[in-house]
Write a protein that binds this ligand. Structure first.
Ligand code: IMP
Length: 195
């Protein structure tokens, strides 16, 4: 699988998750560089992932297209009391205000519910497979932990013991994460008899 991403954390999580299932993941490179893709301003993660997959496919020489499996993933943090903000703008918002900014927006709010969502799109042999994963959780009161990336130090998953994703091992995170779930769904779709 060729993963179209500039995010080394996402790449590492996908490799870690898919390797035991017998799938090798490589980062997409064109002439030795990570291709620059346009990040469209849609609210819908699926639309963004498909838009990016189309751009990546267009960069592959015609003769190699049928042999490729191109993976694109789009994800974000959706906070209930902020009407889903930052959602599909998570990457931009993280760069601008970081986890401190999100904690400021959440101060005084009693409802801390949120979810990470991931949409994985795999283009293989002319077919497009779309798989989704959601991980429900709560925004913490303070930053905790040094692992993971992005919003992990303030995200406490529901299916756990109160630690943030940043306090967990990589294996613990991927066993319950949105990304792990979307990749699991993708693997199930690939290995289904109709493929
Ligand atoms: P994009 O999918 O490249 O647009 O980026 C998604 C953004 O959502 C990341 O840059 C992070 O800020 C955030 N995000 C998505 N998944 C995770 C995760 O597993 N941990 C922490 N932040 C995440």
């Amino acid at each position: 699988m060729i993963f179209v991403t500039g995010n080394s954390n996402k790449l590492e999580e996908a490799k870690r998750y898919l390797k035991p299932l017998g799938m090798e993941v490589e980062q997409m490179m064109i002439d030795g560089s990570i291709p620059e893709l346009i990040e469209p301003q849609f609210d819908d993660l699926e639309k963004i992932a498909i838009f990016k997959a189309d751009q990546a496919i267009a960069m592959i020489p015609e003769s190699e297209k049928s042999d490729c499996a191109i993976l694109v993933e789009d994800s974000g943090l959706f906070i209930d009391s902020l009407n889903g903000f930052p959602g599909s703008y998570s990457s931009f918002v993280f760069r601008k205000i970081g986890v401190d900014g999100i904690l400021r927006l959440m101060s005084g709010k009693s409802m801390k519910g949120c979810e990470y969502r991931a949409v994985s799109v795999l283009v293989i042999g002319g077919r497009t497979i779309i798989a989704k994963g959601i991980c429900r959780g709560n925004i913490s009161e303070e930053i905790s932990g040094t692992g993971g990336f992005g919003y992990d130090p303030i995200f406490i998953p529901e299916d756990s013991d109160g630690r943030t994703f940043a306090q967990m091992t990589k294996e613990e995170k991927s066993s319950i994460s949105h990304r792990g779930k979307s990749l699991k769904a993708l693997c199930e779709a690939i290995s289904s008899p109709s493929m």
